[in-house]
Design a protein around this ligand. Structure first.
Ligand code: P6P
Length: 338
């Protein structure tokens, strides 16, 4: 049972049973992520003070300008995960291919793979808007040796053993699940410790917030247009409030606390939407379902999608269960009555 103000370290020790079959590796994995998060948080918080923001002069596989903090965060998480002898491979939004981690004690010791977006929403750094790190953890499938992309990385989200995010906002929080609920820890930067501030987080079943980039309205499928109009109608607890930060970690975190739906659908401009299945949608889908919410592509459960590519995109509907179900209703009706 979570205790108020418990530290993350105490929480992990008390909940070792959450990590079946791992003799402490998963705990050490979460511990390494929290260390990297502290270091990245320090840099994010002083980004405005030193010449570390602004384009790094290169572009990543997404064709986006790489902000220096993107590169810094990516390197820091890779370095921390590599040092802990737990991970056999890392896939990142910032790297075209996955990175193999050589195990010093024989590869069979490194049982996990990590997929991550090291600094999501980095285009917001220059305007001082919250950004975040997103991570997804699986057990490797191949028994030993060099990890294999198809078997070890292209696993459906329903095989995740842990997932979480760090939000570098007005306070810095680490929120994660290992399949036993969702717990949020807030960093006390003065002490460098994380404290259990949001035990057993739950998505309210209903909500009055919808989050979508309405600038793309004319490009959305009819079902999405119909649902947006439904949100705006004067009826019952509607119109809902529109809240969109442009940083999915912040938008979904707020909606999990207050209730709401986040949508990044496909459009005539983006045939599969913008968000990445493996290191953005799957981790948030795991967290959302563990918090009693729902996550789909508008038609099917996100975590049942069998991945085909490392950086593949999917349409994403995530949040309060009843709101996602209503959106899916509009999507199904529009599909049935084109
Ligand atoms: P748009 C940030 O770049 C991001 O990947 C998500 O965090 C965010 O929800 C989305 O893109 C915003 O995209 O097209 O609305 O600016």
């Amino acid at each position: 049972m979570p205790k108020p103000n418990q530290t993350l370290g105490e929480f992990i020790i008390e909940n070792q049973s959450d990590f079946p079959g791992s003799s402490g590796e998963l705990s050490r994995l979460i511990n390494s992520l929290r260390l990297a998060a502290k270091v990245v948080n320090h840099e994010v918080n002083k980004a405005g003070l030193v010449d570390i923001i602004g384009a790094y002069g290169e572009t990543n596989i997404q064709g986006e300008d790489q902000q220096k903090l993107d590169v810094y965060a990516n390197n820091k998480f890779i370095q921390t995960l590599t040092n802990r002898e737990i991970v056999c491979g890392i896939a990142s939004e910032e790297n075209d291919d996955f990175i193999q981690i050589e195990g010093h004690k024989g590869d069979h010791q490194n049982k996990y793979v990590v997929l991550m977006d090291p600094l999501d929403g980095s285009s917001n750094i220059d305007v001082n808007v919250s950004v975040g790190t997103i991570f997804s953890i699986y057990q490797r499938v191949t028994p030993v040796g060099t990890p294999v992309q198809k078997e070890d990385f292209l696993q459906p989200g329903n095989k995740q053993v842990a997932a979480g995010y760090i939000i570098y906002g007005t306070s810095t929080m680490l929120v994660y699940t290992t399949g036993h609920g969702v717990n949020g820890f807030t960093l006390n930067p003065a002490l460098g410790s994380w404290y259990l501030s949001h035990p057993d987080m739950k998505f309210p079943e209903e909500g009055q917030i919808y989050s979508i980039n309405e600038g793309n309205y004319i490009h959305f499928p009819q079902g999405v247009k119909d649902y947006i109009k439904y949100c705006q109608q004067e009826e019952g607890d509607r119109p809902y409030t529109s809240r969109y930060i442009g940083s999915m970690v912040s938008d979904i975190h707020r909606n999990m606390i207050k209730g709401g739906i986040f949508m990044y659908p496909k459009s005539s401009k983006a045939s599969e939407g913008k968000l990445r299945l493996l290191y953005e949608c799957n981790p948030f889908a795991f967290i959302t379902e563990q918090a009693g919410g729902k996550a789909s592509d508008g038609f099917q459960r996100i975590m049942d999608i069998n991945p085909t590519e490392l950086h593949q995109r999917v349409p994403f509907f995530c949040g309060s269960k009843k709101m996602v179900e209503k959106a899916e209703e509009f999507m199904a009706n529009a599909k049935a009555n084109p």
